[in-house]
Design a binder for this molecule. Structure first.
Ligand code: KIV
Ligand code: ZN
Length: 516
């Protein structure tokens, strides 16, 4: 058996379907291209039947991203499989990934079907997918809580029908490493035709064991790991790609396996995902957290200065972290700006790069030093730009302990300038009410968060809002050195997304109901 572990990245499918991580098509393509640079073997680009947006994203990634196999998810339903293929057919290498639950709890309460019927559905789906491509993956959802004999029976039948990869998901993150390893071992022993397929694992992190379970599975015969950048995914997430890959690399003495991952691209991939989604990883996150290579205590600092390996089991360079930093400020030119973006894994086309450079210069006039996070906030604003149906021209707020908070807002819509004012509980609330009066798009603010993107008094403030527009949950984001302006722009960003969507435009992620 080969010792190469296939890395199947599902950041754009399982990761993207978790709250707060939705991306538009342009953003998904940017991530997919970085995954290709990372050299993942397979990119699961989406679930084409789930929404028009998902379909288009899979199709565009299949058309534009070279290198990895592109996979699309489908239930064991003919029209799902047809739709998946419709999106995937443009890829040089395409995989249809079809799944159905096999646990009694799912059969009884969710599918309301018997074991025989589900087995027949699985077989028919794989046979149907085989009409389109040789590369067919079958997933037995909730495999860990399934009856092992039934699971083995299903796996044997789908392999007989042509499945080339069989995936054993721990859908609810319930397994313990030893137990999960034994499940894989049993499958290897009991499924007579198992050698005709690759065993894959897909572990969720509800008990914080997704990476350990994946490694244990590999030690017992699995050869594909499904994982995501920064470990994003349903609920507590999926096994984190960077942790799985670095565990295999760093502990090759104990784990005699390899992956094809170019580990120096890991940090860029992690930062790019945070930049695009606006969700940072926790500072103590393994491999890519801000503190992963920081040494604070005197004893540790002393040790590292004397000999790095005293407290470091891998080098920051191995994941693509550069130590020396060029300080960017108002005297920096185009070259330093582009180089820094490149180091952060951000590739912009000429137009976006020109726009971002102008924004950078404007910010550099206001701020002494421009940090990576500032750059990311600028770029995020540019690349995540949605069609600006309404553009903020002017905002003025008055507030104080003895004053009724008031906001005056001027918006541009096409050639028209519209102005209005409103009072509210605070300046932000007043601004939102004024925007609502002008746009006539009523929305209910569900959540509001603000964070200083960098340190210092002149930090950029990034605001993320979630707004309910008559059932459409839309996220809006914006950054500015003025937090009231950032707040107004974030809300307007959400308004523009919903306005674009109502006009029939793309670029807005549909909010899906539960699809699995
Ligand atoms: O968690 C899960 O079971 C899944 C399957 C669709 C593979 O995401
Ligand atoms: Zn999953």
């Amino acid at each position: 058996m080969s010792n190469k572990i296939v890395i199947f990245d599902t950041t754009l499918r399982d990761g993207e379907q978790s709250p707060g991580f939705s991306m538009n098509i342009g953003e998904k393509i940017i991530i997919a291209k970085q995954l290709a640079r990372l050299n993942v073997d397979i990119i699961e680009a989406g679930f084409p039947i789930a929404s028009e947006g998902d379909f288009e994203a899979v199709r565009e990634i299949a058309r534009n991203v070279k290198g990895p196999t592109i996979a699309g998810l489908s239930r064991v339903i003919v029209r799902d499989i047809d739709r998946a293929w419709e999106a995937l057919k443009h890829a040089k290498k395409a995989r249809i990934h079809t799944f159905v639950a096999t646990s009694d709890i799912h059969l009884k309460y969710q599918l309301r079907k018997g074991r025989e019927e589900v087995l027949d559905d699985a077989v028919r789906a794989v046979q149907h997918a085989k009409n389109y491509t040789d590369d067919v993956e079958f997933s037995a959802m909730d495999a860990v809580r399934s009856d092992i004999n039934y699971l083995c029976q299903v796996l044997e039948a789908v392999i007989d029908s042509g499945a080339t990869t069989v995936n054993i998901p721990d859908t609810v993150g319930y397994a313990i490493p030893d137990e999960f390893g034994r499940i894989i071992k049993t499958i290897k022993q009991k499924v007579p035709n198992i050698d005709e397929a690759v065993i894959s694992v897909h572990c969720h992190n509800d008990l914080g064991l997704a990476v350990s379970n994946s490694i244990s599975a590999v030690q017992n015969g699995a050869r594909q790991i499904e994982c995501t950048i920064n470990g994003i995914g349903e609920r507590a997430g999926n096994a984190s790609l960077e942790e799985v890959v670095m565990a295999i690399k760093v502990r090759r003495d104990f784990l005699p396996y390899t992956t094809g991952i170019k580990t120096k691209e890991i940090y860029k991939a992690s930062r790019l995902l945070s930049t695009i989604t606006g969700i940072s990883v926790q500072p103590n996150k393994a491999i890519v957290g801000e503190n992963a290579f920081a040494h604070e205590s005197g004893i540790h600092q002393d040790g590292v200065l004397k000999e790095r390996t005293t407290y470091e089991i891998m080098t920051p360079e191995s994941i693509g972290l550069t130590k020396s930093k060029i300080v960017l400020g108002k005297h920096s030119g185009r070259h330093a700006f582009s180089k820094r973006l490149e180091d952060l894994g951000i590739k912009l086309n000429k137009t976006d790069s020109d726009k971002a450079f102008i924004r950078f210069k404007r910010l550099a006039d206001m701020k002494k030093e421009i940090f990576d996070e500032d750059l990311e906030a600028i770029v995020e604003d540019e690349i995540a730009r949605v069609e600006e149906v309404f553009k903020l021209e002017y905002i003025q707020t008055t507030t104080g302990s003895q004053t009724i908070p008031t906001a005056t807002i001027k918006l541009k819509k096409g050639e028209q300038i519209i102005q209005d004012a409103a009072i509210g509980d605070g300046p932000v609330d007043a601004a939102y009410k004024a925007i609502e009066r002008i746009t006539r798009i009523p929305g209910k603010l569900i959540s509001y968060s603000i964070r200083a993107v960098t340190g210092g008094k002149d930090a950029i403030g990034e605001v993320i809002v979630k707004v309910n527009f008559n059932g459409d949950m839309i996220t809006g984001k914006a950054a500015s050195t003025d937090v009231i302006e950032a707040s107004a722009k974030a809300y307007l960003n959400a308004v523009n997304k919903v306005a674009g969507k109502r006009r029939g435009g793309l670029g807005v992620k549909e909010v899906r109901g539960s699809t699995l």
